[in-house]
Design a protein around this ligand. Sequence first.
Ligand SMILES: Nc1ncnc2c1ncn2[C@@H]1O[C@H](COP(=O)(O)OP(=O)(O)OP(=O)(O)O)[C@@H](O)[C@H]1O
Length: 751
Amino acid sequence: MSIIIGRTPCLAIFIQSSGDAAEKVNTECTLASGSLSPSGLPSFRSNSAISYRIQRHVRYNSTKPPTTTAVSSPTSPSSASPSSAIEHEDRRSSTPTPSPTDGTEITATPPKRQSVISRITSNLSLTPVAETHAKGAEGEGSSSVRKLLELARPEKKRLLTAVGLLLVSSSVSMLVPLTIGKLIDFFSTNSSTFLGLSFPVAAGLLAVTFCIGATANAGRAIIMRISGQRIIARIRNQAYLSTLRQEPEFADRSAGDIVSRLSVDTNILGDSVTSNLSDGLRALISATVGVAAMFWISAKLTFVMLCVVPPVSLGAVFYGRYLRKLSNLTQEAVGEMSKTAEEKLNAFKTVAAYNSQPLEGQLFSKKVDQVFQLAKKEAYMTGIFWGASGLTGNLAMLCLLGYGGHLVSIHEITVGDLTSLLMYSAYVGGSVSGLTGFFTGLMRGVGAGSRVFWLLDRTSHIPLDKGVKLPHSRNGPIRFEDVRFRYPSRREVEVLKGINMTIEPGTSVALVGSSGSGKSSIQQLISRFYDPDEGKITFDGTDIREFTPESWRDRIGVVFQDPILFAGTVHENIAYGSPDVTREDVEDAARAANCDFIWDLPQGFDTLIGKASLSGGQRQRISIARALVRNPSILLLDEATSALDSTSENAVNAAIDDIIRQKNITVILAAHRLSSIARAERVVVLENGVVSEEGRYDVLSRREGSRFRTLMAAQLLVEKSSKGIEEAKPESESESESQSANEKEREALSV
Ligand SMILES: Nc1ncnc2c1ncn2[C@@H]1O[C@H](COP(=O)(O)OP(=O)(O)OP(=O)(O)O)[C@@H](O)[C@H]1O
């Protein structure tokens, strides 16, 4: 008798309202008569579920790591997937009212579905709105839908199985309205048979059928979700690999945005090709079967229902387009927000030292507000759209009831038939809203897809695999031939205006010049982080652009001004980028870089270190060891001793002296400190983007009126004043050491 208990609320709610009732019917039927709907009634799933995913991710990005709460609706097959409580709540509160007969345009057989996709494709214009660095690469928007579907191809077998299971579960769930109608007639007419069988046999058969439906539905949900996650994992890996292949400038500039593409957009994309596709398919089947069943029960009544379709369909198309635009804008705003947070969290100590927490809070809040404003727009649109479609659905239901009641009174149809018809119309309405959700979800997927595909398809300005491999045995001079260069992000300023110089192999050169004169830029060009705009840099007579960047960089050891260490052991940090080196090699390199402190660490080379768990000087020496362990032919030192105290500086300089003396590594050092500059065999002075002077240190420093002499005099004054501070500590050993280290320079300059 549980079936009878179950039918009452179903009917009552149908009559009350076709829209909100739909979900209630779902719930009531399943809760009250669980055996009636084991395979899941139509989901009536709002596209706001997807919308909430974005908002949820916004929350992840701003405050907490992603978590999924396994709150699943007891009724909706799609809710077999984990979803957050908020998502669930929203899905319930904004449950769409099924628009009863909206199926003619979208309810299509597979070929028609193809035409829907083609229509979408032809209407797309996928240039992301604020994609400043993506201009030109976004033109192939229409191919995004194809790419989106292609993503699902490796999962073809599994997805086909899921579609098979979907067919089974949908067919079973479509039996429900018919069964309820027949049950009403069975009990109201006191008939001896139910569906041509004795009642217990028929009930048993139905129970078995529903169990099969439930199993198929569970299988479908599991397969779809796992395939979706597999697709997301694949896209993430590919997109991250593609990012790593880009030129460094790209990642520097767009880190926050890339992270957002890798997390939020890939999720939307994965959902779009699995859950969304599956929901769309289920909606399509339900709508088709539902309409067919309605025609079979009463063609007249069905025609009445179908009158409401056109306005709702038109609204859905406009809504979908608007949503896609909004989705793109939201993703970009989320990217900006992540970028802001990332930058400030990376410089947390600076923020704290300058008591800038309130200011930073405000700045971030502005970015959050931009995301919120977009979400608000979406909320209004969604509310209006679903409200309107709900009203249409309810009016259609009223027509159906009025006219249907009349047909019952003249005995043209039975009460059971009317009930079945009402249920089918709710199913069809739910399916149509599901199709709308599918369409808008697809639009979101296309929007997110264009951002992810752009990342996947982007070709680096300095492709890692382009060129010939530079053999390790080859060596020769590095020559700058009229090199001109502007940073891509600041095209208006020409940093290098025709640099000409030759650096012989095994020699050492100090690049000298005032701050901003282009010393680091020259080193970045040698590293091929950028390419010159004009002129060329050659190695052993060959333009370095002809070598693969990988093989070229293999020959270079770089020590940056601000050394970066990664979370890991000291050994891992020194061996970073040289996976084949032994512990012995690492220790030798550490010794050469004067990293004595490592032996005093609790676990020596196995001590875990992080970004900031060592002093600046220690970090710099580890990064020198990292450069040396590669056994480089060229060593680029960018202010390598700038963070060191006098003792460490002398120790590192001694190591650099050794390297220079051995004459098998070309050393190019950008330096301000006299003690570093004096070690190089040759000095190149940069001014106004050109080489203004070059020569031996002692020659330049003795030449009256030379630019170098003026520069060094100023530098010596700086060093003298800092020395004065150190001299306040007479017991310091560093005093005597650094004094002797700089004696040579003082004498030479006679300032
Ligand atoms: N990534 C960048 N994008 C745009 N402009 C840059 C970039 N890096 C440096 N510049 C500019 O290029 C010029 C040269 O900078 P560079 O870092 O090469 O000078 P530098 O001589 O090494 O200075 P310092 O001695 O202070 O380190 C400067 O005007 C600087 O503002």
